[in-house]
Structures are given as C-alpha cells and as structure tokens.
Design a protein around this ligand. Structure first.
Ligand code: ARG
Length: 473
C-alpha cells in the first residue's frame, strides 16, 4: 500500500460542502478523515462513473449539449493530468471523488458545477467501488487461472510415473501420483475462480442514481447510467444501494479463502523442501539465505504465502466488524471498506505470482518421493482389499493386516516375510508390495492412480477452457 498522500502542495481550497459552514475544517479533521491516500486507486472508475452520469444528465435534458461536452473535456483533462502525475491535489480534497469534481469545476466553470446534479458521494463512491471490484475480481480470477495452468502443466509433465505418499494426519497413508496431488490444489483454485464469477454476478448492480439515500426530485435516469457503465441492472432500493457493501465482504471472503488455499500449498512446499522430506528443491531465484547460517536455503515465499493468510482473513473479519453495527443508510464508517479490500487484492495477487514462479522453477525429487511411497506398509490397504476380493469381510481383513503390520514393527521383521507366512493372503499378495504397485492399484474414478489420471487431466483442461471463455467474455 503506498504511503498516505502527503498534505498536498496545491492551493488551499474549501470543501465542496462549505456552504453550510462558517469555519473551515481543522487540520485534525482533515488528517483523520481524508481517504485520498488510498482511494486514488478509484480515479479511473470515478472518471468512468462521472462520464456516464453527465451523459445521462444530458440525455434527460438536465444539462445542455455544450455543458455535457465541456464536462467531458474537463474529465479528459483530469485523466491526462492524473496519468502524467501533474494533477495537483489540495488539502481540502477529502477523497478522489471530491478532487476530481473540484478540478472539473476549475476547468469547466459553471458546466463543471453542474456535474454533481442529482448525485451524492454516497451513490458515487458505491458505484466507483463496484466498478473497481469488477476489474479487480476479473484480474484476480485471471491470475488464478494462470496459476492453475502452471499446476496442470506440471501435472501433465510428471504424468503417470511420478508418485509419492499421500498423507492423512501427516502420516503416510496411500501412494498417489504427484500429478494427482498437484491437481488437488488445481481444483481448490478452480472453486476460487467460480466464487469470483458468482460474487461478481451479484455485485453487478449499479447504485448510481440513488443519490444520498432516497433518489432525487430531478428526472435522473438510473437505468441509463447502469447500462452505460455495463452493469447488469440498477438498484431496486435507493437506501440499499448506498448502504450495501456485501460485494466488498464477498470479494474479501473469496480472497481470504483463496489465500487459505495458497497457505495450505505453502505449508506443503515448506515441508517438501525440508531435508526431512526432500521432495522439492527450490531454485536459488525463489529461495532466500540466512544472515548468519551460511548453509541455509529458506522457502520464504511459501512461508509468506502461508503467513499472509492471517492478514487477508483479518481484512475480511475486520471489515465484517465494521459493518455489523451500522444503521442504514450511508455512514462514514463505510470508508473503511477500501483499505482491507485493496490490501487483500494486492496480497493475494502477489502471493499467486510468487508461488507460481516458485513452482515453475522448483525441481521435484522423484527418487525421494518414490522411496517414501514404496515403504511396504503403504500397501496395507491393498492387502486388506485383496482379502476382501477373496470373500473376507473388510473389518476382519483390516484386523488381519493390521496385526501383520504391528508384528512387523514390533519384531523388526519385514512385512513381506510376514505376508508370505499368512495363509489367508495366499501367494498373489506379495505382488502387491512390489514398488509402484500400490499406486497402480488406485484405479477408481477420481482416484490417485494412473488409470484415472487421463480423465482428470481432460477435466482440468476443460475447466481452464471454460474459465477462459468467461475471462475473455
Ligand atoms: N470518501 C468517502 C467514502 O469512501 C466518500 C463518501 C463520503 N460521503 C459523505 N456523505 N460524507 O466513503
């Protein structure tokens, strides 16, 4: 997040609402209430909203063509001044909306002073933020999509050969293909993209035309602006339009859950990169050293992806706490919607690209994975299922094999030897302990073995194609 804007160097003006006030605002008031430091990000959306609003004012006859044209020219000037970094903010610019309107008035005079006709900052700021969320949400979904592409490519590359132990309770459970494990993360992220689509569809409502809270006595046309801004529809209730920040809360939830997904992936990378697992080697470019311990190579990206989940969850819960006590309609508390949202969007975007780079440059240690997965005990379930195929009830088969594993551990006898001496298992059972056999035995749809992988890879590919259709639409 950039530093708060310093007290601007331009001429000291008056607030746009100065009429009611005999005295100007105190320094403390300005220092505490000004939101320019963070809401400058909304400049582009504010310009878009103002263009739609002024065209609507022209269309309904509240402004003549000359005034509309003058305001549009002024808005273009503001846009270039902002782009060229020569827009001069003044201390009484409370926020980017006020700053832009003030400048439009300076440039276009009376025509500029007509821009805010039938509009309040309450519907203006809600509109601008929805426009911003629409862009940011699509961008976040597109970054997620790109991350999924990396996971799918890695899964395709390691294909049906590379396998590792799958874990439950962080204890070796059953071997699975590495591709299968990577795709588990792919599907979590696919749901994040789905959640973006869902949340953005609900956010697709224009609040512009709600005014301060109750609409207007002037013949403004909220449908006109809704359509011009590309919203699916306008608000049904002007109070709800200016009070509703569900779209911010939902975006924050999507981001918090997505960051939780990245955190869980980060945790696995941390484990896999340890000497204890040694499943993953990190590229120098995507790991860090220690200031004191010369031998260290640390997985800081993965740790921060994990650590930052706390921060994004905080963005969500903090904002929900802001909302919970608010009466209808607009309250200045709602200005607190922006920083958590911007922070969560930026944090998640940075986490995605750093983790993506880490995965693209890391090397999987297939040997270490295979060695860990070929430990005979990970085939215990297959031995039990072998008995089941011969007619033994599963619970009994479980006990028989469990007993063999216990004896193997207690007496230090290899499981293979005990399997050979167990008549109920028979001579075929030994083949189940062959290296790689346990993963080949995972044959069911959606399961972790090579038989099922092809279908899953196709489904993942189709998911990306479908996402792309939406992203490009
Ligand atoms: N900067 C404010 C916000 O983000 C703008 C709205 C202020 N409206 C008002 N009536 N004081 O919420």
């Amino acid at each position: 997040m950039p530093d708060a804007p310093d007290v601007p160097d331009g001429p000291t003006g008056q607030p746009l609402w100065h009429g009611r006030f005999a005295d100007g605002p105190s320094d403390e008031l300005l220092a505490f209430t000004v939101s320019l430091g963070f809401d400058r990000r909304l400049a582009r959306d504010d310009l878009e909203g103002s263009r739609a609003h002024v065209r609507m004012l022209g269309a309904v006859g509240l402004l003549d063509d000359a005034d509309v044209a003058a305001v549009l020219v002024a808005l273009d000037t503001v846009e270039s001044e902002l782009a060229e970094n020569c827009f001069v903010f003044v201390p009484t610019d409370e926020d980017v909306h006020t700053a832009i309107e003030r400048r439009v008035i300076e440039i276009a005079g009376d025509a500029g002073a007509r821009l805010h006709t039938g509009r309040s900052r309450n519907d203006q700021v809600a509109t601008d933020l929805r426009l911003w969320v629409r862009r940011a949400g699509r961008d976040a979904a597109s970054r997620t999509h790109s991350f999924q592409e990396t996971l799918l490519r890695l899964a395709e590359e390691c294909g049906g050969d590379a396998y590792l132990p799958g874990y439950t309770h962080l204890q070796r459970a059953q071997p699975v293909l590495l591709a299968h494990h990577l795709l588990a993360h792919f599907w979590a992220l696919a749901r994040d993209v789905e959640r973006w689509r869902d949340a953005l569809a609900r956010a697709d409502v224009s609040p512009l035309g709600a005014g301060a809270l109750a609409g207007s006595s002037l013949p403004i046309d909220p449908d006109h602006t809704a359509q011009a801004l590309g919203f699916a529809r306008r608000f049904e209730n002007s109070i709800d339009a200016v009070s509703d920040r569900d779209f911010v809360a939902e975006a924050l939830f999507v981001l918090a859950l997505e960051q939780v997904h990245l955190s869980r992936l980060g945790e696995e990378i941390v484990l896999w990169a340890s000497d204890e697992f040694a499943f993953l080697g990190l590229a120098d470019s995507h790991s860090t050293g220690s200031s004191m311990l010369p031998h260290k190579k640390n997985p800081d990206i993965a740790e921060l992806a994990r650590g930052k989940a706390g921060r994004v969850i905080g963005d969500l819960t903090g904002f929900l706490a802001t909302l919970k006590g608010l009466p209808l309609a607009y309250n200045r508390d709602l200005q607190e919607d922006k920083e958590p949202l911007f922070d969560a969007v930026e944090t998640c975007a940075l986490s995605l690209s750093a983790l993506q780079g880490l995965l693209e440059t890391a090397t999987f240690n297939f040997e270490a994975m295979r060695a860990a997965a070929d430990e005979p005990a990970t085939a215990a379930t297959d031995l039990a299922e072998h008995l089941v195929r011969g007619g033994t009830p599963f619970r009994e088969a479980h006990a028989i094999v469990g007993n063999l594993v216990r004896q193997s551990a207690e007496r230090g006898v290899p499981l293979e030897e005990l399997v050979m001496t167990e008549p109920r298992l028979g001579p075929d059972a030994l083949a189940l302990l062959e290296p790689g056999e346990a993963v080949r035995q995972r044959t069911t749809p959606g399961g972790g073995g090579p038989d099922a992988l092809g279908a899953q890879l196709s489904a993942a590919r189709a998911c990306l194609v479908e996402q792309l259709t939406w992203l490009e639409g």
